[in-house]
Design a protein around this ligand. Structure first.
Ligand code: SF4
Length: 271
């Protein structure tokens, strides 16, 4: 017997569902997005992180912002450089140790006298701590800084023939030297791009630009390195620091004057 032959009664077909809803049928409501952060007039948004909805989520989005930032800042700050005055690696090491919790301008006021009296590790290693303290007093924490400077110079003599070493593991063994200082020395005295210097400006800018949500400087450094070409790492720190000092102020960023406002997820939310 053939299927659906005329001998058996046909079952009634189930009604077909219309492919499209009738024009006057109520549309299903969209579930409200949980990602959107709405900032109402007068409301002060958190300064700690950009609104979640606008922050880049993927590595490729972050790389796109990173490329725009690098290009724009290189154009805007062609002279960006380390603002600690120095003529060699030893002087930069001393200046960077003194720059902890202190401005570069203040450090530059005391280093001419320090370098004139102790131009090398040999002389600094045998200095009297009170004499060094007197010179560096205005940089704050002067007792521990003077002690660290003398100990650092002694270690240079004992372990490195009086020269400044060129690796992070060797540098961080010196008194008063952490990873940030080691990166400053390698990038600026020796042109070695081993990492990114993450100071308070780099920390703030990286987060505001949506390049990372990390708060810890080492984690921020790890997040920034894959986003920028290695040969630009030392320069990158200077560019972010210069922009942080001149435009993207910690309390009152001037987004209206900012050359990267177009790609910044925090633009206008912190003013
Ligand atoms: S100034 Fe404004 S737009 Fe520019 S980086 Fe800072 S927060 Fe973003």
């Amino acid at each position: 017997m053939t299927r659906g032959g005329s001998g058996s009664p046909r079952k009634p077909l189930s009604p077909r569902r219309p492919k499209t809803a009738a024009p006057d049928a109520p549309k299903p409501e969209k579930a409200p997005s949980k990602r959107r952060t709405v900032i109402t007039k007068g409301q002060k948004p958190s300064q700690k992180a950009p609104p979640v909805s606008r922050a880049p989520r993927t590595v490729s989005e972050k790389k796109r912002i990173a490329a725009v930032v690098l290009e724009a800042f290189q154009r805007e700050y062609p002279d960006a450089h380390c603002e600690l005055d120095h003529t060699n690696a030893f002087e930069l090491l001393c200046a960077t140790i003194l720059s902890a919790q202190c401005t570069d301008v203040r450090v530059n006021m005391v280093t001419p006298a320090l370098f004139a009296r102790y131009p090398n590790a040999q002389l600094l290693a045998t200095a009297r701590q009170e004499d060094v303290e007197e010179i560096v007093r205005t940089t704050g924490f002067f007792r521990s800084k003077a002690k660290n400077l003398i100990a650092m110079a002694g270690a240079l003599l004992d372990r490195h023939n009086g020269d400044v070493p060129r690796t992070i593991p060797e540098l961080v063994q010196l008194a008063g030297v952490g990873r940030k200082t080691a990166n400053v020395i390698l990038g600026n005295a020796f042109d070695i791009n081993e990492g990114v210097v993450v100071d308070t400006h780099v920390q703030r800018l990286s987060r505001r630009l949506g390049l990372t949500r990390e708060a810890d400087p080492v984690a921020i450094e790890q997040a920034l390195m894959p986003l920028f070409p290695r040969e630009k790492w030392a320069l990158l720190s200077h560019l972010l620091i210069w922009h942080g000092r001149r435009v993207c102020d910690a309390r009152k960023p001037r987004c209206g004057e900012c050359v990267v406002a177009e790609v910044c997820p925090s633009r206008g939310t912190l003013e």
